[in-house]
Design a protein around this ligand. Sequence first.
Ligand code: UDP
Ligand code: MG
Length: 319
Amino acid sequence: MPPRFSVVAPVYNEEELVQAFYQRVRDVMEGLGEPWELVLINDGCHDRSPALMDEIHEQDPEHVVVIHFSRNFGHQLAITAGMDYARGDAVVVIDSDLQDPPEVIPDLIAKWREGYEVVYAVRSEREGETWFKLFTADLFYRLIQSLTAVQIPMEAGDFRLVDRGALEALKRMREQHRFVRAMVSWVGFRQIGVPYKRFARTAGESKYPFRKMFKLALDAITGFSMFPLKLALWGGAIATALGGLLALGLLILRLSGQTPLAGQGLTAGLVLFLGGAQLLSVGILGEYVGRIYDEVRRRPLYLVREVRGGAVDETTQEL
Ligand code: UDP
Ligand code: MG
């Protein structure tokens, strides 16, 4: 019988947590009394997680599907693969580090039964995060809200339920640089939030250092906004207008017989300012051009080394 619910969880070096995660998901899902599956994605782990994941599959082949990536492709691509492989009518994406409690899944499913196609979990409380993480995350959400047309709910991560209909729409978006939660907002359908408390990690460490957060922010902005490109346009227009006024002023001063403001300092300042502004604009353009290049190459989003379990075959399957 095909599963009614799929739980999709990306795993990157979570050897201390993956078994406990499976146990808690199993307890919650068994309580629902309908067929379910857990799709675990090994995002190129370097620790014992892959072996543990295979073990979990051996223990419970009926419910557990394991997808091994050929290398680390990142969180956003791992959840993309999970959603591609998920077979349920409702698919829940959740972190495997137990920061998102699996016990919230029935709440998401209850809203889905009321007819909502997307139910996102909203962090009403966050435990054990550094002020720096909270501050940058807050800044990040505000920036995305003001720069992009899609409204992604504040304080909603990737922990959410997506109905089969909305999921099929989402699966048609094959862009390379992905910010999945904004993509889910973009597809529309009936969406609603459910509050939950996000816990601190009990083991392992965050795999989202500032560098990765920054990349995610860039992907979000370039993926959903042309604002930075317009910035160059408007900045250029203003600089041109100011330059014209300056030239006019100098001409008038000259004609009225006065020595206009002069000095190399001013010239050097202007040259540096304009040179900097131009390089910045070229840089912004470069970000977009680079992304166009990535799109036109049409490389696969991710590569799978092996799948265990699932629809194709109950045994090991090489791709
Ligand atoms: N993760 C992943 N690939 C990566 C980084 C993270 O699959 O390259 C997984 C990780 O195992 C976890 C989830 O994505 O289940 C969220 O990552 P993390 O907990 O490090 O992020 P944070 O909660 O600190 O934002
Ligand atoms: Mg985490």
